[in-house]
Design a protein around this ligand. Structure first.
Ligand SMILES: [Zn+2]
Length: 109
């Protein structure tokens, strides 16, 4: 649900700073901290594109490199499996998000 709803929720945050009671729960702030990794990465990438001068090929390479770094974090015996999972997820998610599959827009987060 927090997927892509971040901006809307953030702008709706009420100004209650004076009410900093110890027992008051902070749901809006938590919403930002708990943002999913995917959304955080997308935000950063979109920021770079918005600034201009960003090459989408370079951006894709960097995101891919971060996936490689992630794969290299697991034991060597599991790296091939994780790589296969990554490639599979890449294809599956593309089909879902491009509308080739009925699935919805990012409801997985
Ligand atoms: Zn997300």
């Amino acid at each position: 649900m927090s997927h892509r709803g971040k901006t809307r929720l953030a702008s709706r945050r009420p100004n209650v700073k004076a009410m900093a009671d110890v027992r008051a729960p902070p749901p809006p702030a938590q919403d930002e901290r708990d943002e999913c990794l995917h959304c955080a990465i997308v935000d950063m990438v979109e920021e770079r594109i918005a600034k201009g001068g960003a090459d989408v090929g370079d951006l894709a390479t960097l995101v891919a490199e971060s996936l490689v770094d992630l794969i290299l974090l697991v034991p060597e015996s599991e790296q091939a499996k994780l790589l296969a999972h990554t490639v599979s997820a890449l294809g599956d998610l593309f089909l879902q998000k491009s509308g080739a599959e009925d699935g919805g827009s990012g409801s997985t987060h």
